[in-house]
Design a protein around this ligand. Structure first.
Ligand SMILES: Cc1cc2nc3c(=O)[nH]c(=O)nc-3n(C[C@H](O)[C@H](O)[C@H](O)COP(=O)(O)O)c2cc1C
Length: 219
């Protein structure tokens, strides 16, 4: 089992970072492999819309995003965290998400038919964290939807969404007991979901012989 966590704020000690690391705690306590990515450490250009990825599933832009694709494919679950910047996700998170376009495959003759590579490989799971300064949820704007909708399109099932309001300065969110608890619970739920998947995979063959082999063929 492997978990990938992507932080869309450049403040490494900021609120998004604190909350996303809280989500990781239940995994770390169980010795599950986790990878924490601060997008600010990576040079990731916006998608150029060249459609060069159409047949190969490979993005043609040669930058740091190439380092993240293998981890994305391998991870069983993805945690995305972004601060609200003008009612939306940060530019770093938007660039990261847009560059996942190569992991979305369309039918050649009917572009209303598409599938995420994750979905084709058997489904993956995700949690989303959003942090904003204002007290009113409306001031978070589209931050949650801007992560949830692309993740769903890419074949992830969203297990938990954590919204933390009223966090401005670095570390403010640590004082928000409710948000910290919700982040930890989001991690626990994601872990339980993955354990349930393991249990089903390991036992399905008893009821339906051959099913486990079919699953292996997909991987
Ligand atoms: C460019 C920018 C735009 C922002 N826009 C909003 C906004 O639309 N609504 C809001 O409530 N907070 C907004 N904020 C405040 C941040 O969301 C808030 O400080 C958050 O805690 C930052 O998270 P971080 O500590 O992970 O960087 C904005 C901050 C910046 C720097």
């Amino acid at each position: 089992m492997k978990i990938m966590c992507v932080v869309g704020s450049r403040r490494k000690k900021g609120n998004t970072s604190i909350l996303t690391q809280e989500v990781l705690k239940p995994f770390e306590a169980q010795g599950v492999e986790t990878e924490l990515i601060f997008l600010g450490d990576y040079d990731i250009a916006g998608c150029s819309g060249c459609e060069g990825c159409r047949d190969s599933y490979k993005c043609l832009i040669n930058d740091d995003m190439q380092k993240l694709y293998p981890a994305l494919i391998k991870a069983d679950a993805l945690i995305l965290g972004s601060p609200t910047y003008f009612y939306n996700i940060s530019a770093d998170m938007k660039a990261f998400i847009d560059r996942c376009y190569c992991l979305e495959v369309f039918d050649e003759s009917d572009r209303s038919v598409w599938m995420g590579i994750s979905e084709a490989l058997g489904g993956k799971y995700a949690a989303v964290i959003a942090v904003c300064e204002q007290d009113n949820e409306e001031d978070m704007g589209f931050t949650v939807e801007a992560m949830v909708k692309p993740l769903e399109a890419l074949g992830y099932r969203i297990v938990s969404v954590v919204k933390a309001l009223h966090a401005f300065a670095e570390g403010d969110v640590s004082k928000n007991d409710r948000a910290m608890k919700e982040a930890e619970q989001a991690g626990e739920k994601l872990l339980k979901t993955l354990r349930l998947r393991e249990k089903i995979k390991n036992s399905i063959g008893k009821t339906f012989p051959g099913m486990t082999q079919g699953e292996k063929n997909l991987q």
